[in-house]
Design a protein around this ligand. Structure first.
Ligand code: HEC
Ligand code: HEC
Ligand code: HEC
Ligand code: HEC
Ligand code: HEC
Ligand code: HEC
Ligand code: HEC
Length: 500
């Protein structure tokens, strides 16, 4: 069944793995008739995994039109900055079968009143967001809303996301961040013309609450991808435009593999109209689910299991098996200048390192499943397992300053193994040294920090605000007078912002 496929530790190890899996005590409710429920395996050939292509199409870059909104430094009273917090939000549109990430994009904004000493405005204004034409009806493109009650226990009207917002609406003030936020905007990468576009643009408008006068307007991308490569090994093709989305065949095979190896009856449930949220059993910090405390967390289970099939890969070859970062792919989520001289492994580690960092934490927490998945994985960025610093997914991540010590130029291309301590330490949650502007307001979102010229749909698409306010694609503040009407002499926001 697994032709051309290499499992870490060889055939004996995978058999041993399956044996332990099957002999492990199962939850009674799950142990029942899983064997009968699992249909024939659909994984056919995994040989393609050894090439980067995996039978996927080569998608050439193309340039979609972008209008850069106007800004006149002589007369403008306000500067509005807006961004998506992750740089890429993946969606599993396998809704009738299971789901791991719903349509849910977080859009942030900060409004600044320009002046000799600028001010962040949080009162007396309304900040709204509006999706670009063609993306207004996500409910016509994914089946999420048919199953939202089963998956999330929430009866959501079509087009309304898990945060109660649609693709057009009003942002809420988040005092701690001195920012406005639209959480979980359910935008999908499928415009009405049937194509795949992972970079829809939102228009953000700030109005005076009393007079309705428009104070400032800008645009930003809400990156969102369904190019999640489970089909590369689980079979099935792409559902939409030949490049993205889950087919029934892929979705079903994932469940069949789970039923076979973990003694569940997820296929049967799906066939009875009961799709499951993976994280209802596997805890996940990103969705805030507690899951079954005996089981591995979702990111640890998924990376840990699959790392055993993806050992010794070069560069980001293992990551592109699932993440939408394939250079020839339709999404190519890593879009900053960093991508010219780095790949995922420079910051996150190789597949083995990444998996071990997660599994080690689970092991220390007493999760019995961890040791089995760790047994055949060898760290690559460091010499021994002892040296791997354990981490919790989504909370302990690499940091900019691992390489840019004290905000100076990057002196290394290795950020692996030093993790942010908690959620407040994450780049996406942090502010400058005055607790004023958020890092992402000036630098853009994580994998697309300015200059971010490598967007598949055109080099301006990720740089609308620097182009609007500064006329270049550098970090905002490359020209301090965007916000300060008098050139400041000191580096208030952080060292090296004046490049002195
Ligand atoms: C590199 C190839 C590869 C990719 C890519 C891949 N898988 Fe798998 N997956 C496998 C193999 C091989 C198995 C074991 C199949 C078997 O035992 O029949 C497996 C098993 C699984 C299992 C069952 C695990 C268990 O022990 O119960 C799940 C669930 C799963 N995969 C989910 C996914 C999801 C979701 C994705 C995409 C995000 C994905 N896989 C991508 C190769 C892959
Ligand atoms: C009903 C609860 C339940 C649901 C829903 C569920 N899992 Fe699991 N999962 C389990 C159990 C039980 C195991 C076996 C753990 C063990 O043997 O230690 C497991 C194991 C796994 C493993 C292998 C890791 C390991 O510890 O062997 C992966 C990967 C995995 N699940 C991914 C998924 C994905 C992807 C989904 C959604 C498609 C999913 N799970 C949904 C209960 C669940
Ligand atoms: C088998 C599919 C698969 C492979 C291969 C894979 N990932 Fe992931 N990864 C996922 C999925 C699915 C999620 C979302 C998990 C969630 O919802 O928590 C994810 C989440 C993550 C996260 C956020 C959670 C965390 O661990 O903090 C990081 C970082 C990440 N992946 C990095 C990588 C890197 C780097 C590689 C290659 C070395 C890689 N992944 C390979 C499927 C995969
Ligand atoms: C230059 C360093 C760097 C590189 C290279 C890098 N990442 Fe990240 N990644 C980060 C940082 C920093 C975070 C934490 C950001 C935050 O949320 O504050 C992160 C977070 C993530 C997350 C969690 C979601 C998010 O955006 O916060 C995923 C998934 C992820 N990375 C995948 C990848 C993949 C896949 C690649 C390769 C295409 C990659 N990363 C390359 C630095 C990097
Ligand atoms: C793995 C190490 C590493 C990490 C992590 C990293 N950088 Fe860099 N970065 C570099 C290197 C090396 C350079 C090239 C030298 C330079 O111009 O500083 C660079 C360049 C830059 C530049 C200048 C680009 C140009 O073309 O002039 C900016 C701005 C920047 N990084 C911001 C960030 C931000 C923001 C983060 C966190 C989200 C980050 N970096 C994370 C290593 C890193
Ligand atoms: C008010 C806007 C602003 C804020 C907020 C801000 N920065 Fe910067 N940052 C800049 C400017 C401007 C530069 C100089 C970039 C240039 O002109 O090329 C810079 C430079 C950097 C560099 C050095 C890049 C290089 O290679 O020289 C790093 C790293 C960096 N910032 C990280 C951060 C982090 C992390 C945060 C949040 C803790 C942050 N910045 C907040 C405006 C800002
Ligand atoms: C995006 C708008 C923005 C940009 C661009 C910007 N600043 Fe600021 N700056 C602010 C805001 C807002 C404050 C007030 C912070 C507060 O409310 O705590 C501020 C405050 C300061 C202060 C503290 C003294 C004062 O005037 O309040 C200094 C010093 C400063 N900035 C320096 C700079 C330098 C140097 C640059 C260019 C490298 C720069 N700023 C670019 C928005 C900006």
């Amino acid at each position: 069944m697994m032709r051309g496929y290499k499992f870490a530790g060889g055939l004996a190890a995978i058999l041993a793995l399956s044996a332990t899996l099957l002999s492990a005590p199962l939850q009674p409710a799950l142990a029942s008739d899983h064997a009968a429920a699992a249909p024939e395996q659909q994984i056919t050939s995994l040989t393609e995994m050894d090439s980067l292509e995996m039978g996927n199409p080569i998608v050439e870059p193309r340039t979609l039109p972008v209008t850069i909104p106007p800004f006149d430094k002589e007369t403008a009273e306000y500067v509005l900055l807006a961004w998506n917090n992750l740089g890429m939000h993946c969606i599993s549109d396998s809704d009738p079968y299971w789901i791991l990430l719903p349509p849910a994009n977080d859009i942030f904004a900060q409004l600044v009143r320009r002046g000799d000493s600028p001010e962040i405005v949080t009162e007396g204004v309304e900040i709204s967001y509006q999706v670009e034409a063609g993306f207004e009806h996500p409910e016509n493109h994914v089946r999420f809303w048919e199953f939202a009650d089963k998956l999330f226990g929430a009866d959501l009207p079509p087009g309304i996301g898990v945060g109660g917002l649609g693709v057009n609406g009003v942002m809420k003030l988040e005092e701690d961040h001195r920012a406005f936020v639209a959480p979980f905007v359910p935008v999908v990468p499928y415009p009405d013309d049937g194509s795949y576009n992972p970079y829809p643009i939102f228009t953000i408008t700030a109005k005076d609450k009393e007079t309705g006068e428009v104070l400032a307007m800008t645009k930003t991308v809400a990156p969102t991808a369904t190019e999640m490569g489970c089909k590369n090994c689980h079979g099935g093709g792409w559902r939409v435009a030949g490049v993205a989305g889950f087919t029934d065949a892929t979705s079903l095979d994932v469940l069949a593999a789970h039923d076979k190896n973990s003694g569940t009856n997820l296929v049967e449930k799906a066939q009875n109209g009961e799709p499951m949220l993976c994280q209802s059993c596997h805890a996940d910090p990103v969705l805030g689910t507690k899951g079954d405390p005996e089981l591995l967390s979702f990111p640890a289970a998924l990376h840990g299991w699959h790392a055993n099939f993806l050992t010794d890969r070069e560069g980001m070859q293992a990551c592109v098996a699932c993440h939408p970062s394939r250079p020839e792919g339709p999404t190519q989520c890593f879009r900053s200048h960093h991508s010219m001289f780095m790949d995922c492994t420079n910051c996150h580690g190789t597949m083995e390192d990444h998996a071990l960092s997660l599994l080690k934490k689970e092991h220390e927490a007493g999760k019995k499943g961890a040791a089995r998945l760790m047994a055949n994985l060898k760290p690559r960025k460091v010499a021994t397992l002892e040296e791997i610093n354990p981490r919790t997914a989504w909370i302990n991540e690499p940091d900019c300053l691992n390489c840019h010590e004290d905000f100076q130029m990057g002196m290394t291309v290795d950020a692996f193994n030093t993790w942010t301590e908690g959620p407040e330490g994450l780049y996406r949650n942090r502010h400058d040294q005055m607790e004023a502007m958020m890092c992402e307001a000036c630098h853009g979102s994580t994998h697309a920090v300015y200059p971010a010229t490598f967007n598949k749909l055109g080099e301006k698409r990720d740089s609308i605000q620097p182009l609007q306010y500064q006329g270049n694609d550098r970090p905002i503040g490359n020209d301090c007078t965007v916000c300060h009407t008098v050139q400041p002499e000191f580096e208030g926001h952080h060292p090296n912002s004046l490049r002195m």
